[in-house]
Design a protein around this ligand. Structure first.
Ligand SMILES: Cc1cc2nc3c(=O)[nH]c(=O)nc-3n(C[C@H](O)[C@H](O)[C@H](O)COP(=O)(O)OP(=O)(O)OC[C@H]3O[C@@H](n4cnc5c(N)ncnc54)[C@H](O)[C@@H]3O)c2cc1C
Length: 318
């Protein structure tokens, strides 16, 4: 075991809204905790105003909300280490969490903890442009250009012509299209041939029978002439699809591989299975936020993080 300085009641892996929320409760109850976060929460990047989380107006951009949460947790005395958790070993009450700096010299440090929280979120796969996901990044989550979450953003397509750009399965494309149909003037689906989930022959039939116009191909270029009014997706076959907004039907991969390594049960998608309090199948290990099989939203992340924090504190009292 390393020295006492590196011994924590709880190591929280992930510093998005779920991890921060768990930390706020635990530090309030004088628990010695640390958040380890490599800072790839979508809230670090996306610039769309958030309309479905209370108490933040007029501050509304995801990045502003996360910054405020992060400042509050730091002011409460919690260390937020900008590092990557690369391995976990041991079991309750002596987990070993191996961390590496995100940048610079790679030097492993070991943090010891009685309990763990996985608040690691999901990795969202963007559509490929010319075979490269980075080609989509300039448009990802930009207000009036491309939306991602039908629950949070669907109504913003009211009266608009929307192209659902599929990066996942036919089911995710149809799910998104059906969620925005009550609002949008026109909804078409564009199936990318290089999606992360392969386009199977039977999908063609499903799409033909659906209520939506659809086409498929490979994206060569995206042209945004006037956000929210006029944008174009150009395929390698030279087709030009024009619309007011793109809506990405994405694939989300839960970041649960380290949890699986220590024996935590996951469902068939890889989401961490918990009881309603956030307790996993492994003693001393909790999960909160998007990594659980729940609706991906800031409110759910904060709520499940808070519940995990409360339960861990009670567990440690026993
Ligand atoms: C474009 C877009 C728009 C959205 N709009 C809205 C909206 O309007 N309203 C709304 O409610 N929700 C919205 N969401 C969803 C919302 O952002 C998520 O539900 C929320 O961020 C989930 O919080 P989380 O803490 O569970 O996970 P995340 O925010 O994903 O945080 C997880 C953190 O864990 C870190 N991490 C993972 N693995 C490791 C590791 N091994 N070591 C160290 N750190 C690690 C990651 O770097 C990341 O910072 C949107 C999402 C996207 C992508």
């Amino acid at each position: 075991m390393s020295d006492d300085l590196n011994f924590y009641d709880t190591v929280i892996i992930g510093g998005g809204p779920a991890g921060i929320s768990a930390a706020m409760h635990l530090v309030f109850h004088h628990r010695k905790i640390i958040i380890v976060d490599r800072q790839t929460s979508p809230m670090n990047f996306y610039t769309n105003p958030v309309r479905n989380y209370l108490g933040v107006r007029p501050l509304a951009a995801g990045v502003g909300i996360l910054r405020k949460m992060r400042n509050e947790v730091k002011e409460s005395g919690v260390t937020v280490a900008v590092q990557n958790v690369v391995d976990i070993q041991g079991e309750f009450p002596e987990f070993e969490v191996h961390v590496e700096p995100v940048a610079g010299e790679k030097r492993n440090t070991i943090l010891n903890a009685k309990t763990l929280v996985f608040a690691t979120g999901v990795a969202r796969k963007h559509p490929l442009v010319n075979g490269d996901w980075r080609g989509w990044l300039p448009f990802a989550g930009k207000d009036n250009i491309s939306y991602y979450c039908p629950d949070c953003e669907g109504p913003l397509t009211f009266g608009k012509d929307v192209l659902v750009v599929n990066a996942g399965s036919v089911n995710s494309a149809l799910h998104v299209a059906r969620q925005i149909r009550p609002f949008a003037r026109r909804v078409r689906i564009f199936m990318t041939d290089d999606a992360y989930s392969p386009f199977l022959a039977q999908y063609r039939e499903i799409l033909e029978e659906s209520e939506f116009e659809w086409s498929n191909g490979v994206i060569e270029k995206v042209i945004v002439q006037e956000p929210g009014e006029h944008q174009q997706l150009v395929t390698t076959r030279g087709e030009i699809l024009q619309c007011n907004h793109f809506f990405v039907a994405l694939i989300a991969v839960p970041r649960s591989e380290l949890a699986v390594k220590i024996g935590v049960e996951v469902d068939k998608r890889g989401n961490i299975i918990t009881d309603h309090r956030g307790k996993t199948s492994v003693e001393g290990v909790w999960a909160a936020g998007d990594v659980r099989p729940i609706t991906q939203s800031i409110a759910m992340a904060v709520g499940t993080g808070n519940y995990a924090g409360i339960m861990i504190n009670q567990f440690l009292l026993q």
